[in-house]
Design a protein around this ligand. Structure first.
Ligand SMILES: Nc1ncnc2c1ncn2[C@@H]1O[C@H](COP(=O)(O)OP(=O)(O)OP(=O)(O)O)[C@@H](O)[C@H]1O
Ligand SMILES: [Mg+2]
Length: 513
């Protein structure tokens, strides 16, 4: 037998391959789906003996097509962010749950990725597969998937740490790009029903940031650092065996920025906000169900905690606010009462222990990364058990406007860093209590002709008016040292119980007596 020449061998192999490709093309073109699947199956098996590469597919829909695969979505986000610089064909679309334009690889595009010395290939692909419609005829349906290919010598690295890296980075990117939401709880008697969930939501688009918050720079820095440290402490919390959550108590007079700070916190950490209206919650069981429905990376807020609950579990009416001169405050109280009545359940039976369980009971650990924020105007009314450290880890007092705070507002509203009238304002603000909300209102131009000078003069006028009113009150009633001292002492007593204060030795002495 004549030995086969090299050139002949190549010719034979080439023509075999060409015939195979030709047969395969005919099968693909003319054969029914079942026959195609049969040939595909056996071709893959034969190839598997010689082919040194491994493939992993990530299909968009699994099984019933009702739910998009989490893994597919994570791969899509990962590749969108990491390959947008090297892929030549990209798809741009507004993500379903996203605020930004999202770039992903276009169909049949192929990119490479390197991980710890291993090279992998990603291809975005699709197949048409038949599905039976309810009308009982077959339809071709598009099924998209990503295919990951790598050499079998990297099997452990890729199936282990690389895929873990892709999933976690992909999820992180999706969270960053998502449209954030502001949730509020619907009254319990309405759920579960068609389209009525426990929490209803709107898109959260509050513009407040820590930059626009009027408060002392050190205090602001301290809060920002605390929040960022918390958000990066997943491993730390796991190590010390504590649920990854943190409680904040924001207290201070109306209009000092408690609600604004919650929005700034949510914007800083890119969290969702769950505004829990306790007056619409029937009992502790309902409260627990609401908690379980909240997601990770969120802030659960209970505003005006002092008028939501008392120790007996009965609701208090905020009588002082109802008789307030401020129409807005009245409105808030009336709205809260209306929500309760709407609930149709009469008085709510959420108890203090139910709320404590909500904050740090066993259920509170589900779902991960969460902040719980309470706000109140009357910190002294709260039960110390509710706000002790471990439950409300950080107590933040938001108080009347200081000169530092005023400078932030002047910069926000008037784009002013300095002005000749600042000295007068500095002197007045040190003596007169004015909330940042009132300062902001005065700095707001009232007509297109109002310039910075006019706005600052308005503020000075308001401060001087307030000073004159205070002086007149003092002249008519005289000082009331007992009341003032008592109030101050009460406040400090409370703070001392919670370990907040130090320094003022006289007051400490008075308390100890
Ligand atoms: N510290 C602040 N920095 C910047 N703006 C502030 C600040 N405090 C109040 N404001 C302004 O005043 C408005 C009212 O403030 P906010 O609703 O945050 O007060 P609050 O403390 O939550 O009041 P309440 O106790 O009545 O709920 C805000 O819309 C904001 O513009
Ligand atoms: Mg508020």
């Amino acid at each position: 037998m004549m030995p086969l020449k090299m050139s002949d061998m190549w010719t034979t192999m080439g023509s075999t391959l060409a015939s195979f490709m030709f047969v395969w093309a005919i099968i693909r073109q003319y054969c029914p789906y079942e026959v195609r699947r049969f040939f595909e199956k056996y071709t893959h098996r034969i190839m598997g003996y010689f082919y040194p590469y491994i493939r992993i597919s990530f299909h968009e829909f699994l099984g019933d097509r009702l739910k998009r695969s989490e893994a597919y979505a994570a791969v899509e986000a990962y590749l969108g962010a990491n390959t947008s610089k090297c892929a030549k064909r990209l798809k741009a679309e507004m993500g379903k749950d996203s605020t930004n334009l999202v770039l992903t690889m276009d169909e049949y595009e192929r990119v490479t990725d390197d991980f710890e010395g291993a090279k992998v290939w990603w291809v975005c692909s699709k197949v048409m597969s038949p599905t039976r419609s309810p009308m009982s005829y077959y339809q071709e349906q598009e099924k998209r998937f990503y295919k990951l290919t790598f050499h079998k010598r990297y099997r452990d690295t890729i199936t282990g740490s690389y895929l873990e890296h892709v999933m976690s980075e992909g999820k992180e990117i999706r969270l960053r790009n998502r449209q954030r939401k502001l949730y509020t709880n619907s009254p319990g008697y309405k759920w579960p029903s068609y389209k009525q969930t426990m929490w209803s939501h709107i898109v959260f688009e509050h513009p407040a940031t820590f930059d626009t918050m009027a408060m002392e720079p050190e205090k602001k820095k301290d809060i920002i650092e605390d929040l960022i440290t918390f958000s990066k402490s997943k491993d730390f919390y796991a190590r010390i065996g504590k649920a990854w959550k943190r409680g904040y108590l924001l207290y201070g007079p109306p209009g000092t920025g408690k609600s604004t700070m919650i929005a700034a916190m949510a914007n800083l950490l890119a969290y969702d906000v769950y505004d829990l209206e306790l007056t619409a919650v029937k009992d502790n069981t309902e409260l627990r169900k609401l908690l379980i429905e909240t997601t990770s990376k969120s802030i659960i807020v209970i505003e005006d905690i002092d008028c939501s609950l008392d120790l007996t579990g009965q609701r208090k009416k905020k009588a002082d606010k109802l008789f307030s001169d401020d129409e807005n405050e009245k409105d808030v109280v009336v709205r809260k009462e209306a929500t309760r009545e709407e609930g149709g359940s009469g008085s709510s039976k959420v108890t203090l222990s139910g709320l404590l369980n909500f904050i740090d009971g066993i259920w509170s650990a589900c779902g991960g990364e969460r902040l719980i924020v309470f706000t109140t105007n009357y910190v002294e009314k709260l039960d110390p058990a509710l706000i002790r450290r471990g439950r409300m880890d950080k107590h933040i007092e938001l108080s009347y406007c200081t000169f530092e705070g005023f400078k932030v507002l002047a910069n926000n509203y008037l784009k002013l860093e300095t002005h000749p009238l600042f000295d007068t304002i500095k002197r007045l603000i040190r003596e007169i209590k004015i909330t940042p909300a009132d300062v902001a209102e005065n700095l707001m131009p009232k007509s297109p002709l109002d310039d910075a000078h006019k706005c600052l003069s308005n503020l000075i006028e308001a401060l001087e008016e307030e000073a004159a009113t205070k002086a007149e009150e003092l002249r008519q009633n005289g000082p009331n040292p007992i009341k003032e001292e008592g109030e101050e002492l009460q406040q400090k007593c409370f703070i001392k119980e919670n370990g907040e204060v130090g320094g003022d030795k006289e007051i400490d002495h008075a308390i100890n007596q």
